[in-house]
Design a protein around this ligand. Structure first.
Ligand SMILES: [Zn+2]
Length: 73
């Protein structure tokens, strides 16, 4: 059974963990992202990547990496 989850990213610069996008299946989402595959069409226009940018609280810009997912409770 698929389990929804939020994707967690961690900022390389400030260390903040950001819950960015919600996906219908956390396990598959992490697998797809780590192998560089596209998400299934039925998930909609969810544009997520392994890395992204982060507006750190000190006003600078960091880079955030996917560190995993947290399943819905
Ligand atoms: Zn940051």
């Amino acid at each position: 059974m698929s389990k929804g989850a939020s994707l967690d990213y961690k900022c390389r610069r400030c260390g903040k963990v950001v819950k960015d996008s919600h996906v219908p299946d956390g396990t598959l989402a992490v697998v797809y992202l780590t192998i560089g595959a596209q998400f299934p069409k039925e998930w909609g226009d969810t544009a997520v990547n392994m890395i992204s940018s982060h507006h750190c609280s000190d006003g600078n810009i960091g880079v955030i990496d996917l560190i995993g997912c947290e399943f819905d409770k």
